[in-house]
Design a protein around this ligand. Structure first.
Ligand SMILES: Nc1ncnc2c1ncn2[C@@H]1O[C@H](COP(=O)(O)OP(=O)(O)OP(=O)(O)O)[C@@H](O)[C@H]1O
Length: 272
């Protein structure tokens, strides 16, 4: 299988502070790689660098292109990023926001074609967003907006989809709806998915591989069952967990700390 993304010795500094210290990552075309790692480990920075949105050194190649070597429009026809913190223009409806995803496909000074309209309508249908389409986007709840922003990224019809915490604001039903839809599109169209996810169980269920970042470096990269061990999670996250092996991948269960193991001094105290 050919690689959709290759990066070698990728380094990024922000405000003269080194953030990524030589990341190597290969993502086969049509696969799903989940990026995991503690807060501040560099997941967002890595995705911004892959999307060519921030400067980096080292080698990055996406679908045969070097992000810095091609124009923004051409890159946007291949790579879409769903940001963790989307910027939403005032006064724009959810439908208009989703339709903005078509921008790289519409010729300069041109208008949207019938096929652009069909792409947007199809995505609204698949994400079940009819009821929200006419709403002003800034009035949507966090979870509603997250689904609309995913729809905008999908409307781009990218070959590579970079998702930064795509389900952080979603209830469990919508989490499954969104992740299942992205996985369906991956299987149907050969889309390549890189998703930064904090929920390690979901990251393992959907990702064929996990890349674990810590302090701006990839410290483990492999099948979920190999990357997610209780010892490694304790080491990297400082978390107490039990890793349960299941048919669809490892499930990571947080364990309550010592205070939860035995009745504390305040348990049972006070009025009944
Ligand atoms: N413009 C900036 N100037 C200085 N430091 C920055 C800048 N942008 C990011 N950083 C730092 O880079 C590190 C990596 O940030 P990044 O957002 O990539 O982490 P992350 O793994 O996505 O975190 P989270 O899980 O909390 O979203 C953090 O310590 C962050 O504070």
């Amino acid at each position: 299988m050919s690689a959709a993304i290759t990066c070698r010795n990728l380094r990024v500094s922000r405000d003269r502070t080194p953030i990524l210290h030589g990341v190597d990552l290969t993502v086969p075309a049509g696969s799903w790689v989940s990026l995991v790692g503690p807060n501040g480990s560099g997941k967002t920075t890595l995705m911004f660098a892959l999307a060519g949105l921030i400067g980096s050194t080292g080698h990055v190649e996406i679908e045969g292109m070097t992000p810095r070597g091609v124009g923004r429009r051409r890159l946007a026809r291949t790579v879409a990023m769903m940001p963790q913190r989307p910027v939403v223009p005032e006064g724009v409806t959810a439908h208009e926001l989703i339709a903005l995803g078509r921008t790289p496909h519409i010729p300069r000074f041109g208008t949207e074609s019938a096929s652009d309209v069909v792409v947007v309508d199809t995505i609204i249908h698949r994400l079940d967003l009819h009821d929200l389409a006419g709403r002003i986007a800034t009035t949507l709840s966090g979870g509603e907006l997250q689904r609309v922003v995913l729809a905008r990224a999908l409307a781009q019809q990218p070959r590579v989809l970079l998702l930064d915490e795509p389900t952080s604001a979603l209830d469990i039903g919508h989490q499954q709806q969104v992740l299942d839809l992205v996985d369906e599109l991956r299987r149907e169209t050969g889309l390549t998915v890189v998703a930064a996810m904090h929920d390690l169980t979901s990251a393992a269920q959907y990702g064929e591989r996990l890349a674990l970042l810590a302090d701006g470096r990839v410290v483990a990269d492999g099948p979920p069952g190999e990357v997610l061990t209780a010892e490694r999670i304790a080491q990297v996250y400082g978390a107490r967990v039990e890793v349960v092996t299941r048919a669809d991948g490892p499930a990571v269960l947080p364990l309550r700390g010592a205070a939860g193991a035995a009745p504390g001094p305040l348990d049972g105290a006070g009025p009944a």
